[in-house]
Design a protein around this ligand. Structure first.
Ligand code: DLL
Length: 434
């Protein structure tokens, strides 16, 4: 099913025309209403009259996360505070959070794009959706909530955490869909198994998972454990929470809602635009936002875009699964390592759970790379020889994928901390030593 066929399946030339009109409008808006944007454009020697269409977007300067911190809290608003009806924020690793302001119209665009996502996941007015993303400043809870209400479904606004209650409500209220992070879905799956309730007690059939990178292997693992179809939903606080992108039934990439959020792929080091299909950093320009429009915002997310029409009929661009963020790529002994590579290996290995924790350190000027991996209960034995074999085999498998030898530590079942929101899987002690 398609929520808004006119837009989701729009002829690409018409879509470009629409994007052009909207880009011109948003550039005018930030230039006249937001001092930092005006200054930045003047410094770059561009004025709104230089922007005649979407093809001119490259003339505009980038916006970064640092800009949002520098102009905290309201410096980047393009609407007066009297028009702002909601604040959201995302906590950075250090210092002040990033704050965004949304107008009434921004909220209505958000629930429109959210409805496109849920409809693509096969959900409608007869479905009950348990929203186990956190409610509050995080966009996950309230974003998913508005989407469910817009399609006329029934929302259970349980928020994250309180796992036993989640299971009880899911069972008693007959939730058809679960919206949460993939890592929390894994945790819930284990807890459901431990609860002893038979699978037939639950009506769950769809997962609305996002807010963190997850691999295809993780998708298959969760689908098998929960006996559901798991869909990817993408978004970020600065642009709009969940709903910037979504998978359709073909699951052949994440469609981006390009009529509202214009995507580009650039070289993460130089900022140069890359040819279609190349991997690089995703950059967004909000085309319709009023409260805090962002021009060429560098997301740090690494992916590629594909423009051929999808078999589902949608013409909206398809984005590859996010492989990670430029800032969570580890460089260990000169080799680039993404935590998602370890996740793929563990999901494929019969004897392990996909729970792991990486610690990187520097000892005697050499990087150390420890990976704690959790052995499934049925494979966790007292037999020393067997455990050594297991360790050797997983060490090889990881080394084959990442190119360096990990120092694997096998740990007991359920000993790695589970996550109720975004999972944290890396401790890089080197940052404290520089
Ligand atoms: O995580 C918004 C969201 C909530 C999306 C619920 C989907 C579902 P932030 O906290 O600002 O916003 O984090 C945004 O999370 O730049 C990506 O690095 C990552 N991310 C979000 N969705 C996905 C996804 C929300 N589906 C950052 N796949 C983004 C991979 C994702 N990474």
């Amino acid at each position: 099913m398609i929520w808004n066929e006119t837009v989701e399946c729009m002829d690409r030339q018409r879509l470009r025309d629409l994007q052009s009109v909207r880009l011109k409008r948003v550039v005018e808006r930030v230039y006249h209403n937001c001092e930092p944007y005006r200054k930045r454009m003047q410094e770059a020697g561009v004025s709104p009259s230089d922007i005649n269409g979407i093809e001119d977007i490259h003339k505009l300067p980038f916006t970064s996360k640092q800009d949002l911190r520098d102009y905290y809290p309201y410096g980047l608003l393009s609407s007066p505070l009297s028009e702002i009806v909601r604040i959201h924020a995302s906590s950075g690793t250090t210092g002040k959070p990033i704050v965004v302001g949304l107008t009434r119209n921004d909220l209505s665009v958000w629930s429109e794009v959210g409805a496109r996502c849920l409809t693509a996941f096969g959900l409608g007015k007869n479905d009950t959706v348990q929203v186990a993303y956190g409610y509050g400043l995080f966009t996950g809870g309230l974003g998913a909530h508005a989407a469910v209400e817009n399609i006329g479904g029934t929302v259970i606004p349980i928020s994250s955490g309180n796992t036993q209650k989640q299971i009880m409500m899911m069972r008693d209220l007959g939730a058809k869909a679960l919206a949460c992070t993939p890592s929390y879905a894994m945790y819930l799956a284990e807890a459901m198994e431990a609860s002893g309730y038979p699978r037939e007690d639950f009506q769950l059939r769809v997962g609305v998972f996002g807010a963190e990178p997850w691999t295809e292997e993780m998708r298959r693992t969760i689908e098998a454990k929960l006996n559901i179809k798991a869909y990817d939903i993408y978004g970020l606080t600065e642009i709009m929470g969940p709903g910037v992108g979504y998978e359709c039934e073909c699951q052949h990439g994440t469609h981006l809602n390009e009529d509202h959020f214009f995507p580009e792929i650039v070289d993460p080091d130089t900022g140069e635009p890359l040819p279609e299909g190349s991997h690089g950093e995703l950059v967004f320009t909000t085309l319709t936002k009023e409260g805090m429009p962002l021009i060429r915002f560098r997301t740090h997310d690494l992916t590629a875009l594909h423009y051929e029409k999808c078999a589902c009929g949608r013409t909206l661009v398809r984005m590859d699964k996010i492989m990670g963020r430029c800032d969570d790529m580890l460089i260990v002994r000169g080799v680039n390592v993404f935590p998602s590579q370890i996740e793929s290996v563990l999901c494929e290995a019969e004897e392990f759970e996909p729970h792991f924790f990486i610690t990187v350190d520097r000892v005697n000027n050499t990087d150390t790379f420890e990976v704690k991996v959790e052995v499934k209960p049925e494979y966790y034995k007292d037999d020393m020889k067997g455990m050594l074999e297991l360790k050797k085999s997983i060490t090889h498998k990881i080394q084959n994928v990442i190119g360096i030898m990990p120092d694997v530590k096998l740990v007991e079942p359920r000993s790695i901390e589970r996550s109720e929101g975004k999972v944290k899987r890396v401790l890089d002690k080197r940052v404290f030593k520089n």
